[in-house]
Design a binder for this molecule. Structure first.
Ligand code: ZN
Length: 185
């Protein structure tokens, strides 16, 4: 059973996440206190931590910093959570090697589960190079709102077909999109 530590300040959101991750068969630890979160991280060695920027005692970014400082816990992936996206928080989270940065407004619980599973390596993704002469691929790109010439709008490079397993639907279901391997978008 995978262990997740959910350190989120907002009671309603924390409880909602607790429930969804329990349903996904995670062992769930919860707190709104950054100091306690650090203690749980050290004692329980969770597989993943969801750390809110705004926690009492010590904030989520400080918590992330402490987790990364300690040899025993630095391997634990941390996803930073924020009620409001602030560029400086996001920048700091990336500097401190957070695995992801999510905001309350931009993400549903289902999406959070997906992101956590990507971090845990359970949600496989495949990047497949495309042949530009393949007319069906061009049609597919157009259908999905990408450049039908199969070029990246930003750098002009070739975009690749991107398949991501949708675990919520089962092992054989994939979400299809296109990404630029250079820009990762
Ligand atoms: Zn590009």
């Amino acid at each position: 059973m995978k262990k997740i530590l959910i350190a989120i300040d907002n009671d309603f959101i924390r409880e909602a996440y607790e429930e969804v991750f329990k349903k996904e068969d995670f062992k769930v630890f919860i707190t709104k206190d950054g100091k306690e979160a650090l203690k749980i991280a050290k004692e329980e060695n969770p597989d993943v931590v969801l750390a809110d920027v705004l926690l009492s005692k010590i904030g989520g970014l400080e918590l992330l910093e402490e987790i990364k400082k300690d040899e025993a816990t630095k391997g634990i992936p941390v996803i930073v959570y924020a009620q409001i996206e602030r560029t400086k928080d996001k920048k700091k989270a990336i500097e401190l090697e957070a695995k992801d940065f999510i905001t309350a407004a931009g993400v549903s619980p289902k999406e959070v589960i997906r992101k956590v599973k990507i971090v845990l390596g359970e949600q496989r993704t495949y990047k497949i190079g495309v042949q530009k002469t393949n007319l069906d691929l061009k049609k597919l790109a157009k259908d999905l709102g990408y450049d039908s010439k199969l070029k990246c709008e930003k750098c002009g490079g070739d975009i690749a077909l991107y398949l991501m397993r949708d675990l919520s639907m089962g092992e054989k279901h994939f979400i299809v999109s296109f990404v630029c391997p250079n820009c990762n978008k």
